[in-house]
Design a protein around this ligand. Structure first.
Ligand SMILES: [Mn+2]
Length: 400
């Protein structure tokens, strides 16, 4: 098995400010109208489907080749996974050996690279820390593969909710557009996926002493009991403990909490971390959510650690990525490593292909009846922007 070299250099974090503030009532109304319309255009999809027909192995074979699943299959998969997740507590308890994966953001070929270097399921246990969709070009392939793997190996794959597993955020950062572009305006796949996101768990505890979450701590969460009582089966709220868990960031300059510049969640300091670890009898916090140039970042003598798994983020940041391999934490608390890797050559190739050939590729998905298919609505861009320019740079909001 090929292993990427381990880097021991301290990682430098680029401060990416993403805001939830550009959500507008007009955008919301537009989405709701679309949803409403879809109720009347999807009559061909059987309401009662035969669950026995679902062939997970066939799905896996197609997805590993980068092929999309049909919408009825996506509907069945989401239904099946909801059935499974509804029984889960807000926090799942897991055991090492296990490999933690940070943000993927639709970089499907880099997810395949993760399996190449970290081992394919079910040979390796994985805990994914959220942010599967948005920004990259292959959010649908990414989340579809993770859903099928979770259904096929429920005890070996675990998926935590990130701040992008949300209707509001996916509407603005690419996933909604990708669903419409690849499945057509009449499709319901965005609703199917985002409804499923409401069922994802909020945190995991590995070996009773490693707390794993997408973002970080909350002033409303001193002990894990306050996480267990959250009603998580809903859209991520703007504030409160559920929002903070998926939005917050550590800040080495801070002692306590400060309102986050992201527009949701908090930045938290060492006193908060010490108190949380002590009260809950935890050793460390593992989280994702922040781009790290070296693929990971260690805070406060490793009490808090960021795992970032999207190399060359958005196909242009030039950063490394990592997965955290925890070997046998119970016997030896130090038997772990950040396995650092670069972008997959396939990811780069795919980016160049889409960039250079964008018109012909995306025209395949265009639908003349589709109000989103005319280019000008491809993303929420200012009036007067050139349609082709919009298509070539759909994800620039991230730099705001
Ligand atoms: Mn995030």
């Amino acid at each position: 098995m090929r292993r990427a070299p381990i880097t021991k250099r301290a990682a430098h974090t680029i401060d990416i400010t993403e805001s939830i503030l550009n959500w507008t009532p007009e955008r919301s109304a537009q989405c709701h109208q679309t949803d409403k319309d879809q109720q009347f255009t999807n009559k061909s999809i059987p309401f009662h489907f035969n669950l026995d027909v679902l062939d997970l192995d066939q799905c896996l074979e197609n997805l590993y080749k980068g092929q999309l699943l049909s919408e009825p299959v996506v509907e069945q998969l989401c239904f099946r996974l909801k059935e499974l997740l509804i029984k889960e507590s807000n926090i799942v308890h897991l055991q090492s050996p296990i490999t933690l994966v940070g943000d993927i953001h639709g970089q499907f070929y880099d997810l395949l690279e993760i399996f190449k270097i970290g081992g394919y399921p079910p040979d390796t246990n994985y805990l994914f820390l959220g942010d599967y969709v948005d920004r990259g070009y292959h959010s649908i392939e990414t989340i579809s593969l993770l859903i099928v793997l979770k259904l096929k190996y429920p005890n070996r794959i675990n998926l935590i909710r990130g701040n992008h597993e949300s209707r509001q955020i996916t509407t603005n950062y690419g996933f909604y557009t990708e669903c419409i572009t690849k499945y057509g305006c009449d499709s319901n796949v965005w609703s199917l996926f985002t409804d499923l996101f409401d069922y994802l768990v909020l945190a995991a505890i590995v070996d009773n002493n490693l707390f794993c979450v997408h973002g970080g701590l909350s002033p409303n969460v001193q002990t894990i009991d306050s996480i267990l009582v959250i009603d998580r089966f809903k859209e991520i709220p703007h504030d409160g403990p559920m929002a903070d868990l998926v939005w917050s960031d550590p800040d080495p300059e801070l002692l306590n909490f400060r309102i986050s510049s992201r527009g949701a969640g908090y930045q938290f300091g060492i006193n908060v971390v010490n108190k949380f670890l002590q009260l809950n009898n935890f050793e460390k916090i593992y989280r994702a959510h922040q781009l790290c140039n070296e693929g990971y970042q260690v805070f406060w003598k490793s009490k808090v650690n960021t795992v970032w798994s999207a190399p060359n983020y958005c196909y242009r940041c030039g950063n490394k990525a990592s997965i955290l391999e925890i070997f046998d934490n119970m016997k030896n608390p130090n038997s772990y490593r950040f396995n650092v890797f670069d972008a997959s050559p396939d990811s780069e190739k795919e980016f160049i292909r889409l960039e250079s050939n964008i018109d012909s590729d995306f025209d395949v998905f265009d639908n003349s009846d589709n109000e989103y298919g005319n280019g000008t609505n491809w993303m929420d861009f200012p009036n007067g922007s050139d349609a082709k320019l919009i298509k070539k740079a759909p994800y620039v909001e991230y730099f705001m």
